[in-house]
Design a protein around this ligand. Structure first.
Ligand SMILES: [Zn+2]
Length: 379
């Protein structure tokens, strides 16, 4: 039996558990293994301001405590169970995470788990993952972890369907979804699966659901490829159109527009473009998740020279995470490695930027959460 059917049986428990999702433990017992000589792992108590100990970067992990981009559901096939992903977080010191489904799924009848293995098989947006995640989150979120449910169902090319979907989620899980995304504006990797760029004409039709997001103070995280090796800024006008049309919505541009189709752009040119975007669009945030960014950009000498000053200068606009995708062929070692790779650049940042990005301050402010990142010792 799939998880997709389990949630229907659990509505009673779901309702009973509603209050617990966003309520963190006062003294969350940590499941982290104690390492000899290592400082004790952080708990949510370290994020409650007054009296919290400072964070010692020389002895404590350089990995992020926030995974703002974590897909708890795969494109198709079996998923890593929710409770297992939660264990990954506990074991790696991640205390805050966004619970993403996946924007577009393979048909339930498809044997595929990854769309790139099955070109020609259509991907389609669905509410299925969001319901499964909500059902799991309300009863399986351990104390000591703060999870934020994300609506990943929206089809940006069919805006009329988005308010309908939000109403369905509201009816079952009122107030629980505090994030929208990752949703796709243009993703070249899925072109072969029948998902082209969202037509520019559709963007004006977002006004209704974008207004609801503003009322609720919910950010929307958008996957929008900047371009490809031949034309690095080919799709920039689409993102510009969205930012111009909805200047008052908090919008998160995931992966800073980078992708496997764009691994060779000049880092200085890209960082300069991102700087100009942030300056012109005050509600724009950037997500620096996905190991492609470290592999192709952050880990090279030119990349580090361009991005470390950029991230230091704009750290209150930057969100960290992994972009881990919970298909059953993955395990803890994959999550741990993706967390380490995605966090590698963070170790090079100054203390203020480290606090804003790795210790969660930027994330807390965007979400309006009642947490405060600990000060870095000596800052
Ligand atoms: Zn993603």
């Amino acid at each position: 039996m799939s998880n997709d059917t389990k949630w229907i049986c659990g509505v009673g428990a779901v309702i009973a558990g509603l209050a617990s999702v966003h309520v963190a433990a006062q003294t969350g017992a940590s499941a982290q293994p104690a390492t000899a000589g290592a400082p004790p792992a952080l708990t949510l108590d370290a994020f409650r301001g007054d009296g919290a100990a400072c964070y010692d970067r020389s002895t404590q992990p350089q990995t992020t405590v926030v995974d703002s981009h974590l897909h708890f559901r795969p494109f198709g096939g079996p998923a890593v169970p929710f409770e297992e992903i939660v264990q990954y977080l506990e074991a790696t010191g991640v205390l805050f995470a966004n619970v993403y489904g996946i924007g577009q799924m393979l048909p339930a009848s498809s044997p595929c788990t990854y769309y790139l293995d099955c070109p020609g098989t259509p991907l389609a947006p669905t509410l299925r993952n969001d319901f499964v995640n909500a059902a799991n989150a309300v009863v399986k979120t351990p104390e000591g972890l703060h999870l934020t449910l994300a609506m990943t169902f929206p089809d940006l090319a069919d805006p009329d369907s988005i308010l309908e979907g939000m109403e369905l989620l509201d009816a079952e899980y009122p107030g629980l979804f505090r994030w929208m995304g990752e949703v796709n504006l243009v993703k070249q990797a899925v072109f072969a699966n029948g998902r082209g760029p969202v037509p520019a004409e559709a963007i004006g039709g977002w006004a209704g659901f974008m207004a609801v997001l503003r009322e609720r103070g919910i950010a929307i995280a958008i996957h929008s490829d900047l371009g490809n090796e031949e034309e690095p800024t080919l799709y920039l006008p689409l993102m510009e159109q969205v930012l111009d049309a909805y200047p008052d919505n908090p919008i998160v541009w995931v992966h800073m527009g980078l992708s496997r189709e764009l691994t060779t752009m000049d880092p200085a040119r890209h960082a300069a473009l991102m700087t100009s975007m942030l300056e012109r669009h005050p509600n724009l945030m950037l997500d620096i998740t996905w190991r492609v960014l470290d592999d192709a950009y952050f880990s090279t000498p030119e990349g580090r020279a361009a991005y470390v000053p950029f991230l230091n200068a704009h750290s209150e606009r930057i969100l960290p995470g992994t972009d881990f995708l919970a298909s059953r062929d993955k395990d803890f070692d994959v999550y741990r490695e993706e967390l380490e790779v995605n966090s590698r650049i963070l170790g090079h940042l100054d203390d203020e930027a480290f606090r804003n990005i790795a210790l969660g301050e930027s994330y807390f402010r965007l979400l309006g959460l009642d947490y405060e990142a600990p000060r870095v010792c000596g800052e």
